[in-house]
Design a binder for this molecule. Structure first.
Ligand code: PMV
Length: 328
């Protein structure tokens, strides 16, 4: 008996510490947040893959290697390709010769470093796996999401599909994989969105170029970035918000040094700190996208308001232990 439709979801994330330095082998700390992408997968009698992304306002049908746009023109193809790739990989593994209709709805802001694209492909792989009774493990789901994501990112470290698959708070490194972290108490965060879309691949390239130009200056910065993550692991275990805030500020200074901060990000960061945040930094690729501000619980609202007044959009985020899951 095969299912006719399945809904699955996967969380977005914030990188608390160590973005960019993670590309050079240092550890990063990443936390899943309570904003999720939802994917509805239905089986079709033909062999086509139809994808409709409500958030992006695009849709189209993949028939073998060709693409028929329905909404959003021919550019829709590139944006939908990772979703198709994830679905196709599960179809191949399950050795099923059917088609699939996929509908995406996501509560994660797009292209601002909160892991929306990874959450969508992870939820897609989870939904299609359940639909086809493919019984894939979390490791399989991660691998499929990682490969589908390679279309979007230049040099992906795999941090986004990992956190989206497993949830929780993780210490992540490229060679050693990930380790779930103990976190005492809440991590009260305000996320501030600059609304500047940027490409993670470009930001990674900026750092790579500068590092090549000034290796003896950059190497210790990268190493210090890794040390911040390791120090943060201990502060998370103790639930020491004061120290975590200080570490965020130091981390931000390093990100600024390697060239991925800018005026819009700094404006929101300083507004948050002035309004009582314990620490604030950009999160993810930088060059735009989002900041995170660690705030005492009683100051969350006032920090959020200060970020809005400085021209950003603010929302409060909580950690979630729930990775990718089937909803129905
Ligand atoms: O911007 P995001 O959320 O995709 O995060 C990128 C994190 C980097 O360390 C800059 C790149 C990577 O692949 O790890």
């Amino acid at each position: 008996m095969y299912l006719l439709e399945v809904v699955a979801s996967a969380p977005g994330k914030v990188i608390l510490f160590g973005e960019h330095f993670v590309v050079y082998g240092e550890p990063a700390v990443v936390m899943a947040i309570d904003k999720r992408a939802y994917v509805l997968a239905e089986s079709r009698k033909d062999r086509r893959i139809y994808i409709n992304s409500k958030n992006l306002g695009i849709s189209g049908i993949f028939v073998g290697e060709s693409f028929e746009p329905k909404k959003g023109g021919r550019e829709a193809r590139m944006k939908l390709e990772p979703i198709r790739k994830a679905a196709q990989k599960v179809l191949n593994l399950a050795e099923r010769k059917i088609g699939i209709s996929i509908e995406v709805r996501s509560a994660i802001p797009i292209a601002v470093g909160l892991g929306s694209s990874a959450a969508v492909v992870t939820a897609t792989a989870t939904a299609v796996s359940k639909l086809l009774s493919a019984n894939l493990s979390k490791k399989d789901i991660f691998r499929i999401a990682y490969e589908a994501e390679q279309i979007v990112h230049g040099t992906p470290s795999g941090i986004d599909p990992t956190i989206s698959t497993y949830g929780g708070t993780l210490l992540f490194s490229q060679d050693k994989g990930f380790e779930p972290l103990e976190v005492k108490g809440d991590i009260p965060l305000v996320i501030g969105d600059t609304h500047i879309e940027r490409s993670t691949g470009e930001q990674v390239a900026i750092v790579r170029e500068r590092k090549k130009q000034y290796p003896s200056i950059f190497d210790p910065i990268v190493e210090a970035g890794g040390k911040i993550s390791l120090q943060a692991v201990k502060a998370l275990e103790r639930g020491d918000l004061q120290e975590l805030g200080e570490l965020m500020n130091i981390n931000q200074a390093l990100l600024s040094a390697v060239g991925v901060s800018n005026e819009s990000l700094e404006r929101l960061i300083y507004a948050a700190r002035k309004a009582g945040a314990l620490g604030a930094k950009l999160t993810g690729g930088g060059g735009g996208g989002c900041i995170i501000a660690l705030s005492p619980p009683e100051k969350l609202e006032q920090v959020a308001e200060a970020i809005e007044q400085a021209g950003g959009t603010a929302f409060i985020a909580r950690k979630t232990s729930e990775g990718a899951r089937v909803e129905n």
